[in-house]
Write a protein that binds this ligand. Structure first.
Ligand code: ZN
Ligand code: FE
Length: 419
């Protein structure tokens, strides 16, 4: 009997936006939303030794010339000049301009990396003309710490972006993954690991959807959303019953587009709900497995981070995920490709510190550890699309990262060539 069948599952939902979402966003909500974002990240910054003594912009404006000031603010606009970067920032009551000189190369690079709507702490000297000259920019970031670990030898399989319904869905490879979970594939060691898998976590884009991008219809094998979920349900049903399946929506699923997304509505994904018991949660969400905190998001905002922040690439989505942890926000840039709903509470602030941070969307399996957190982008099960070809993006689909909850180490298994 598989080990994971004998042990009791231990899952606690810590955060799920599904029940608390409002339906429409008005302008007053927009203001409320940003104030809430500011306050939540301000709280995180205030807990840092180097930002705990920060004041407000108003206090800094009142300070005499040549004095040192420190304040928490949100970046509203950024202008680069040959001598440095001008940051236009504001807090809840005032706004001002900060100059980041290019002579201080480390600081200049930090200035280049910050993105609009990000909340940071700035240390500066007040110049004679009243202009603030930055000498440090502090991110809320993660504290260095030891992560929580499970006390049992239990594994979780992290997957995403199946895109069932697409002509490029890799049915064969995915079937191998299912066979492996069932103990019917792989060498002795891999079979042993499979028998310890208690969780399959799917970070969105379960189906390819319909009408998601222009001419998608040419790339669809199944052009009906219900039948797509039906096909996905047939696959998910084959995951052994003792394994818990946790899933969230992605931008291709039948769900509202704006973040945070509630769990995929039953009316569109009935077959999925009928197929087996699942934990169907919103995007993003957080839960703990044997005390290990897992933060899951689909990852639409990774597009914005990769295209905005210098040094980022689609080959290393884990780097962009690390950036989000440094910002303590899952979609800092507002009004770009990532739609954000103006909820009164900003569900995208990373308040609790995750032990595992799992996302998908970029179709590139990559992972890393950052300040005790294991960052995983779980790749995809869809072959390169026409769009990706045009963008020059070569994904590495069909590889499932398996995580050992006892030590948070990743074992990637390649199901494309057969195991
Ligand atoms: Zn996808
Ligand atoms: Fe996606």
């Amino acid at each position: 009997m598989p080990y994971a069948k004998e042990v009791e599952s231990e899952i606690e939902i810590l955060e799920d936006p599904t029940e608390s979402l409002s339906t429409k966003g008005s302008l007053s909500n927009y203001i409320e939303y940003f104030q809430d974002r500011f306050r939540r990240i301000q709280r995180i910054l205030k807990n840092r030794i180097d930002a705990g003594d920060s004041g407000t912009i108003t206090q800094a404006l009142r300070a005499p010339p040549n004095s040192k000031v420190k304040f928490i603010c949100m970046l509203m606009e950024k202008r680069e000049s040959p001598n440095g970067i001008f940051l236009y920032v504001e807090d809840l009551e005032a706004n001002t301009k900060v100059f980041v000189p290019s002579q201080n190369l480390d600081l200049y690079r930090k200035g280049q990396r910050i993105v609009l709507d990000q909340v940071i702490c700035i240390s500066a000297v007040k110049g004679k003309s009243g202009l603030f000259i930055a000498n440090d920019i502090v991110y809320p970031d993660l504290p260095l710490r030891k992560p929580n670990k499970a006390t049992l030898p239990i594994y979780a399989a992290l997957i995403s972006d199946m895109h069932v319904g697409s002509k490029m869905f890799m049915r064969k490879a995915f079937k191998r993954f299912i066979l492996w979970l069932n103990g019917k594939m792989g060498n002795r060691r891999l079979k042993e690991i499979a028998s310890h898998v208690k969780y399959v976590i799917i970070a969105g884009d379960i189906v390819d959807g319909v009408g998601i991008y222009p001419k998608q219809i040419d790339e669809l094998e199944i052009d009906d959303i219900y039948r797509q979920y039906d096909a996905a349900a047939k696959l998910i049903r084959e995951i052994p019953e003792y394994i818990e399946v946790i899933l969230i929506p992605g931008n291709h699923d039948a769900c509202r587009r704006a973040l945070p997304q509630p769990a995929i509505p039953r009316e569109y994904a009935e077959p999925l709900y009928e197929a087996r018991e699942t934990y169907s949660l919103g995007n993003p969400c957080m839960f703990s497995l044997y005390g290990v905190k897992v933060l899951v998001m689909h990852g639409r905002s990774l597009d914005d981070v990769i295209s905005t922040v210098p040094g980022m690439s689609f080959e290393r989505p884990d780097e962009a995920m690390k950036f989000l942890l440094q910002c303590r926000h899952l979609a800092p840039i507002y009004g770009s490709r990532t739609l954000i709903a103006s909820e009164p509470k900003d569900h995208l602030v990373v308040e609790r510190i995750p032990d595992i941070f799992h996302a998908g969307h970029v179709h590139m399996m990559s992972y890393d550890t950052y300040r005790g957190t294991t960052i995983v982008n779980s790749g995809a099960w869809q072959e390169q699309t026409e769009y990706q070809r045009e963008m020059g993006h070569t994904p590495n689909p069909g590889i499932a990262p398996i995580i050992d909850l006892q030590n948070l180490k990743i074992l990637p298994i390649d199901f494309v060539s057969g195991i």
